[in-house]
Every structure is written in structure tokens, then in C-alpha cells.
Design a protein around this ligand. Structure first.
Ligand code: NOJ
Length: 554
């Protein structure tokens, strides 16, 4: 971590997905805040600088907490506000920064604001907090436009009016249970300023802002048909870094930026260095960089980096593109390979064929190679990512080398995508399976009761933290060593200089006093003489085998 100011510019930030991290109290098989508090020392040992905790607010859990029913409280499933305060205090005591998740695009349909909107007549102030419209067709029986939900199916649901008759439709870009807020309402703006102040007052170090590209919609809500090769966010795939794709009327509207300038000013009123992190699926990077202009947010997730295959040319292009685009606005680049919405990179990087983001992989998916092959690539890719200047995000369990769980029973799947697409898309459950902590404990140490809200596979024990700790060749020890070196060699604040003389299927660069060489080709690469600081595969001496990355001192 950079000493002194602007810690976030080079921080390694660990994502905790509370329901799957660790259960400390109760016996529901769902992780909780007490479980996080108890396990924080493991994250300090890992060597991260900060944690980001996905939603733990009261919620019907229709979208695993991204359907918030009260922004200023804790769901009893996860604990109490006192548990939150204890967790925050413990994290700060251990030197960890603490980022919470803010979900401003939509609420749960159980939120009091939406319930009030439903109970109020058309045209009322309460209705105006959401996006209600009359339907099309003779009797308003058709949705107001052709927009589709990210999770599949129409993005509109018709309500029964208080008088018992079918009436208006409301917009939900995600599940039916997640109505979109109306960000043209000054009242909505004021509520969110208050929510920011609530958590800032408790001492958080920032907010990861969910769907930060979605809050404003184009005037008139015009019809839109995504391009044929769009991913689940409606964005075109395989664009070159300069192409600006057509902007869907529900994403990335210019008017959204005024909101983040306003929030920036709210954060400035608090001592310390709090951050706003954009979850914005926006392409190209030069456009995404607008979210992190000096008076807006501090960071934006680099999904263009995450979406890259394990291909040296593509990775080099995206590294250059990211450093240039974010650098142009004075922001740090971020790097990320996994999170709770994508196929874990220990599986994704080895997939063969077409696997669009959001679809997931399951028993009927084709082109899923064996776990050892995927893990080898993931370790190599991680060793590249952690050598880059800027801020890196880790998703819980990647430090254990966890693969996507592909063979979850159909009946266990809970991602709304699975039901909304009538089982056509598996969705995201496979990356959300509760963590293995101890190889020989009930639920692999995730819960005392042995319960686990998604079933853990029988091979989970081999990935358990206690099975890997102290084993030099393990993925956990690779992450620890990389994070130790990243800090001691100040890689987070360094500069990438590409090195010539390597095959085009290799990545070779220096950062500070470290030379990084990654072999993404099928032939081995001869290594220059030097001191081996780190290798993603044990046993590397003077030849770099395929799917391996080394850090050298030359
Ligand atoms: C992005 C979150 O990461 C994802 O998990 C959630 O389903 C959607 N936003 C909707 O809130």
C-alpha cells in the first residue's frame, strides 16, 4: 500500500461475499458478519490492504442481497448493526480499509419506498420515486418498451392498482423484485446522500457502487435491440479498444455523472480518504474513464481486463489501453480477474468455445477442460495481474485456486438468472459456493453446523486454507508471496516497461526492479539469467513452460 496519501491508488482489495465467506453465529448455512470478523486475521496474513463487503442489508435475498429493503441496517441473517461496528473496528485495528456496497439503481420490491409507491395512485409523489409507465396496446396490456432484463425476460412488470384493476408497469433492469429508482427525482438524490452519510458516519472507507452506469435512462425510454454479439449487460463483445459501441438507452447516459460529482462532494466532507468505486460495464476504456475523472469516483472496475482470454497480445493491448485511459484522467488503473458475477478465472481462462459472461457454466456446458489445467493458467494470470501498477481486486477463494463449481444440482441453484431464463443460463451460483477453510471440519470449516447454503463439492477439502498454508507450492502461498513482493518492491506504484526479444505469445515487462515474464504460448521460453523471485509453477529454473509466469531480478 502506498504510504500516506491516496491509499486506494495501489491497494489490493479483497472482495468478501458475506453469505459464502464464513458463518460465525447461527446455523443457517449462510455466512455472516461475525464470521467475517473472526476470519479477518487470515486476510491480514494473505497480505491485502482493504476489504470490500458485498451487501449485508435487510433483503428478501432474491438476488443475494442486491435487492435492498433498507439501506441503513443489517439483515438479521448476517447479524446486527453492533456486529457491523465490531467488524469495522476490528478491520481498522488490523490496518485494513473497509468498503461497503451501495445499490442505487434499484431497491427491493419489499423496500418501504416501493410499497408506498404501489399503494399510491398513478401520478403521486410516491410513484415518482420509481419508473412507472402506462403500457402499450388497447388496454395497456403491453410493456411500455422492448427492454429486456439483464437476468432474462422483459424488463417491465405490470402492477395491480390499489383499486384492484391491472394498471401501470414498472421498470426493473434486473429481477422483477428489483424495481429501478427514478434518478430524475430530487427526493431520491437526497435519500442517497443520507445513506452515504449514514455509513460514512460509522467510519467506512468507501463504497463500491453497483450498476454505476445504469442510474439514468435516456429521455423517452426508447426501444433498443442489443447487437447480436452482446454480452449479458447488453454490450457488444469483441470491440477493438477504440470502438465506441452504440450506447443502450439504459446504460452509460452522460447525465449520470452529475450524481457522482455530487457524491464526491459528500465524501469530501469527511476526514480521511474515502473512495467511490464504479461497477460500470462500459466500453471502451476511454469512456469508462469518465467515471473516474478527478471530481467523480476514485476507481472503476476494469472489466475489459477481466474479459480477456489468456492471450499475450490481447493482454498486452488491454494493459496499455488501461494505463493510458485511466492515466489520462489521473486515475489509477484497476485489475480484476474474478468476482461474484463471473465464472471463476481458474475455470474461465481454460474454457474452449463461446461462454458469454452471465451465462455461467454447468453440467451441459461444453469446452470445460480439467481443473488442473485451469488452475495452472489462473496462477499464471494472477502473477501477471499482481505485478501491475494500480489497484488489484481479489475475489474470495481465488487465493485458494477455487474453480467454478459446475456440477451443482439444479435444485440448489438460486441465481434469478436460472429461473428467469427457464434454465437456459446457469447463472452465477458456481462462483458463490461457500469457502473451504479446514479440510477436515464440517462444511470444511465454513459453518459449525455443517450447513452450507449451496452444497460444497466433495473435492473442496483439497482446496481448504489449512491444507494449503505452509505448503510452498500451494496457490495460497503463491498469493502470499506475490503480495509480499508486490509491497516490498513497490509494484503498485511502479511503471510498466515492455521488454523486447520475447515471442509474441509471451508477456515480458519490467516494473520497478522486477522483470515479469509470462508464457501464454504452447512452446517453452528461455529465461534470462537472474534471481527467481516468484514462479507461478514450482520447479521453474531456466526454462519457462507454457502457462507459467515468473518474476525475476535481473
Ligand atoms: C451487479 C452485482 O454485482 C450483481 O451481483 C447484481 O445481480 C446486479 N448488479 C444487480 O444489482
Amino acid at each position: 500500500m502506498a504510504v500516506g496519501s491516496e491509499w486506494w491508488r495501489s491497494a489490493v482489495i479483497y472482495q468478501i461475499y458475506p453469505r459464502s465467506f464464513s458463518e460465525g453465529a447461527g446455523a443457517t448455512g449462510v455466512g455472516d458478519l461475525a464470521g467475517i470478523t473472526a476470519r479477518l486475521p487470515a486476510l491480514v496474513e494473505l497480505g491485502v490492504d482493504a476489504v470490500w463487503v458485498s451487501p449485508f442489508y435487510p433483503s428478501p435475498q432474491k438476488d443475494a442481497g442486491y435487492d435492498v429493503a433498507d439501506y441503513c441496517a443489517v439483515d438479521p441473517l448476517f447479524g446486527t448493526l453492533a456486529d457491523f461496528d465490531a467488524l469495522l473496528k476490528e478491520a481498522h485495528g488490523l490496518g485494513l480499509k473497509f468498503i461497503v456496497d451501495l445499490v442505487p439503481n434499484h431497491t427491493s420490491d419489499q423496500h418501504a419506498w416501493f410499497q408506498a409507491a404501489l399503494a399510491s395512485p398513478k401520478g403521486s409523489d410516491d410513484r415518482d420515486h420509481y419508473i412507472f409507465r402506462e403500457g402499450l396496446g388497447k388496454a395497456g396490456e403491453l410493456p411500455p418498451n422492448n427492454w429486456e432484463s439483464v437476468f432474462g425476460g422483459p424488463a417491465w412488470t405490470r402492477v395491480i392498482e390499489p383499486d384492484g384493476a391491472p394498471g401501470q408497469w414498472y421498470l426493473h433492469l434486473f429481477d422483477t423484485s428489483q424495481p429501478d429508482l427514478n434518478w430524475h427525482s430530487a427526493w431520491v438524490h437526497e435519500q442517497f446522500r443520507e445513506i452515504l452519510r449514514f455509513w460514512l458516519g460509522r467510519g467506512v472507507d468507501g463504497f463500491r457502487v453497483d450498476v454505476a452506469h445504469g442510474l439514468m435512462k435516456a429521455p423517452g425510454l426508447p426501444d433498443y435491440t442489443p447487437p447480436v454479439n452482446a454480452n449479458s449487460m447488453g454490450l457488444q463483445q469483441e470491440l477493438s479498444s477504440d470502438d465506441e459501441p452504440p450506447t443502450p438507452p439504459y446504460w452509460a447516459q452522460d447525465t449520470v455523472h452529475a450524481i457522482y460529482r455530487d457524491w464526491h462532494r459528500v465524501l469530501e466532507q469527511y476526514p480521511g480518504e474515502q473512495v467511490l468505486v464504479a461497477e460500470a460495464w462500459v466500453e471502451p476504456l476511454s469512456k469508462l474513464a469518465r467515471w473516474v475523472r478527478p471530481d467523480e469516483m476514485q476507481q472503476a472496475f476494469n472489466f475489459a481486463y477481466l474479459e480477456n482470454p489468456w492471450d499475450a497480445t490481447a493482454v498486452r493491448e488491454i494493459i496499455d489501453g488501461s494505463l493510458a485511459a485511466f492515466g489520462a484522467v489521473g486515475a489509477p488503473s484497476t485489475w480484476v480477474l474474478s468476482n461474484h458475477d463471473v465464472v471463476r478465472h481458474a475455470t474461465r481462462l481454460s474454457l474452449v468455445g463461446d461462454h458469454p459472461q452471465g451465462v455461467g457454466v454447468g453440467p451441459a456446458s461444453t469446452g470445460v477442460p480439467d481443473r488442473a489445467f485451469g488452475l495452472r493458467r489462473a496462477r499464471a494470470a494472477t502473477a501477471v495481474m499482481l505485478a501491475l501498477p494500480g489497484s488489484a481486486y481479489l475475489y474470495q477463494g481465488e487465493e485458494l485456486g477455487l474453480p467454478e463449481v459446475i456440477d451443482l444440482p439444479d435444485t440448489a441453484r438460486q441465481d434469478p438468472t436460472w429461473a428467469r431464463t427457464h434454465h437456459e443460463r446457469y447463472g452465477r451460483d458456481g462462483c458463490r459456493v461457500p469457502l473451504p477453510w479446514e479440510a477436515h471440519a464440517p462444511a470444511y470449516g465454513f459453518s459449525d453446523s455443517g450447513q452450507s447454503w449451496l452444497p460444497q463439492p466433495p473435492y473442496w477439502g483439497g482446496y481448504a486454507r489449512d491444507a494449503q498454508a505452509g505448503d510452498e507450492g500451494s496457490t495460497l502461498e503463491l498469493y502470499r508471496a506475490a503480495l509480499r513482493l508486490r509491497a516490498s518492491e513497490t509494484l503498485g506504484t511502479g511503471i510498466v516497461t515492455w521488454l523486447e526479444g520475447y515471442p509474441s505469445t509471451a508477456l515480458a515487462f519490467s516494473n520497478a526492479n522486477v522483470t515479469v515474464i509470462a508464457n501464454a504460448g504452447r512452446e517453452h521460453v528461455m529465461l534470462p539469467k537472474g534471481e527467481l523471485l516468484l514462479s507461478s509453477q514450482p520447479g521453474t529454473v531456466d526454462v519457462l513452460e507454457p502457462d507459467t509466469t515468473v518474476w525475476l531480478r535481473i
